[in-house]
Design a protein around this ligand. Sequence first.
Ligand SMILES: Cc1c2[nH]c(c1CCC(=O)O)Cc1[nH]c(c(CCC(=O)O)c1C)Cc1[nH]c(c(CCC(=O)O)c1C)Cc1[nH]c(c(C)c1CCC(=O)O)C2
Length: 341
Amino acid sequence: MIKNDLLLKALRGETVERPPVWMMRQAGRYLPDFMKLKEKYDFFTRCRTPELATEITVMPIRQVGPDAAILFSDILVIPQAMNIEVEMKPGVGPWLPNPVRTTKGVNQVNVPDVQEELQYVFDAIKMTKQELNDEVPLIGFAGSPWTILCYTVQGQGSKNFDLAKKFCFTNPEAAHILLQKITDTTIAYLKAKIAAGVDAVQLFDSWGGMLSPVDYQTFSWQYMQQIIDALKNEVPVIAYGKGCWFALKEMSESGAAALGVDWTCTARNARYLSGGKITLQGNFDPARLYSLPSEIKKMVNQMINEFGKDAYIANLGHGILPDIPVENARAFVDAVKEYRG
Ligand SMILES: Cc1c2[nH]c(c1CCC(=O)O)Cc1[nH]c(c(CCC(=O)O)c1C)Cc1[nH]c(c(CCC(=O)O)c1C)Cc1[nH]c(c(C)c1CCC(=O)O)C2
């Protein structure tokens, strides 16, 4: 049904002529047209207006040419829907004026009716699917419960999420109640995204690597696993954990269709740790897109040779940086498309 189904083939582990390619955060600030819209509408207006979310989602498809679209939205629409105020402050990033740091605070957090609170996301998916006209698949996403807890407790971005960890380690009971509420909301949310038409789902555990391997199991992975269990029979799930190479074995046994890896792990190590069969996604250093296009192309070829063309999705190891020239992003995508072994 979908004309370019390379991503879906790779997620099923089928042989492909070349790997599919997309870029995390591809619907974003390195695109001049995105910056024009940013002048007119604030961040959550862009998320909440299906026409704008659709336009931004399709922008990189037309201007850079990856093999999949990812819906323009944010992982923080989930805490918003759970009755936690979230702002996007220009120059600062996410800002939560009333962070959750007590048992009482956790008790005030809702598990909402997602149809009521997040209908705008499902409308954006339906509109985007129409606009894409089955050219490429559409990826839906959510943050991992741990990564959402990080923002909910810390109240903003952080280098080490010290307050989030302090909360988990001093009040684990409340932390687990909060994580379960986020998990339940996320499952309902992603099921509704699938019903609205997304073809695959990615979980972003952007801050999983902040935890020790033991704490990762306790505070992050068990909740990721619940989400994967709930969705894996409906669409392929990609589990991305930044800095989580130590968990690749467990992740490979989870029922996820693919695992995202960052640039600190070699392809050989990632294949070894994940058992050699499961599809892997990654792992170009986003800062390497500052290199000249000719060098980017060389490095991309090397990356594909190391991962192998099958059971592989070419991507960055984390989101694209805001000041990357569009032609460098295009060099990355083109290099994968030109790959011939
Ligand atoms: C941690 C996280 C967030 N949001 C997200 C994550 C997980 C991925 C990752 O780790 O990068 C996920 C996300 N955020 C956005 C998308 C859209 C789809 C895509 O292109 O991948 C996705 C998948 C749009 C966005 N989300 C945001 C922007 C930029 C702000 C803007 O346009 O005003 C975009 C395009 C804002 C945002 N939202 C968040 C942060 C930290 C920021 C600020 C970033 C910064 O200012 O450098 C939280």
